[in-house]
Design a protein around this ligand. Structure first.
Ligand SMILES: [Zn+2]
Length: 254
């Protein structure tokens, strides 16, 4: 499982019940439900639980390292704090077991970033998940984001794909990007990633999702706050963005 096409979820501000809950991605996060999975005797004998627990520890270790060391994550932590939404690592970030097709999520009800320890426990993937989900947290905190509004959802997914996923995680992994098609390739990456994210958590047609993305694309693609630039791989952009953030008063308190 890679971070390339892994969607994440944004549950609604008011939890739904029954089959409706499937429309909002709750089924992707079993630990978000009231009943935490109990260990069965079979699980214990097969060592299933302990594997999960070890991955959770790896995940938490990676989260801690990113919070301390990753310029992007530190920038996001500082920007959230400057916007009146400070992050407490124990309260606002949770490593959990999720559906196998997701790597992270943002739960606005509890204001928590979810990192899926069964799919994202390595440091570089956790960095991508944290940055992506903290963009949603930032939009929810600062931009009055309403996750039930499909245009709002499309906008925050465009911003997260633009500033996190397509800018440093994987846009160039398959490698034919040249200086001549950089812009188009990057925009296509953002549209594709945003589409998969929106489709993963809303029960709408592909056409409806594409329409929403196209409606808000130009405005949301050009909104680079709070990172301020698109990060290129193998560059010093991350460090530069972090330094700029310090000038803007984004103090991560570390
Ligand atoms: Zn997202």
């Amino acid at each position: 499982m890679t971070f390339v096409d892994v969607p994440e979820s944004t549950p609604p501000s008011t939890p739904l019940s029954g089959s409706d809950s499937n429309q909002w991605g709750y089924d992707l996060y079993p630990e978000r439900r009231q009943s935490r999975t109990q260990k069965s005797v079979a699980d214990i004998l097969l060592g299933k639980s302990s594997r999960g627990e070890l991955r959770k520890i790896d995940c938490e270790r990676s989260v801690y390292k990113c919070i301390k060391k990753s310029p992007l994550v530190r920038l996001m932590v500082g920007a959230l704090k400057a916007s009146g939404c400070p992050i407490d690592i124990r309260r606002h970030i949770s490593c959990e077991d999720c559906a196998p097709n997701v790597s992270g999520g943002y739960d606005p009800v509890l204001n928590q970033v979810i990192v899926c320890h069964n799919t994202a426990y390595k440091e570089n993937i956790v960095q991508g998940v944290l940055t992506h989900e903290m963009i949603h947290m930032f939009d929810y905190c600062k931009n009055n984001l309403d996750f039930r509004n499909i245009d709002h959802l499309a906008c925050t997914e465009i911003r997260a794909a633009n500033l996190a996923h397509c800018s440093f995680a994987s846009a160039w992994m398959n490698g034919d990007t040249s200086i001549f098609n950089f812009k188009e390739t990057h925009q296509n990456c953002v549209k594709t990633k945003a589409l998969s994210s929106v489709m993963a958590v809303r029960n709408i047609t592909k056409l409806q999702a594409i329409d929403a993305i196209e409606r808000v694309f130009t405005r949301c693609y050009n909104d680079l706050e709070p990172i301020g630039r698109r990060i290129r791989r193998n560059s010093l952009d991350m460090e530069k963005a972090f330094e700029d953030g310090v000038y803007l008063g984004y103090d991560d308190g570390l």
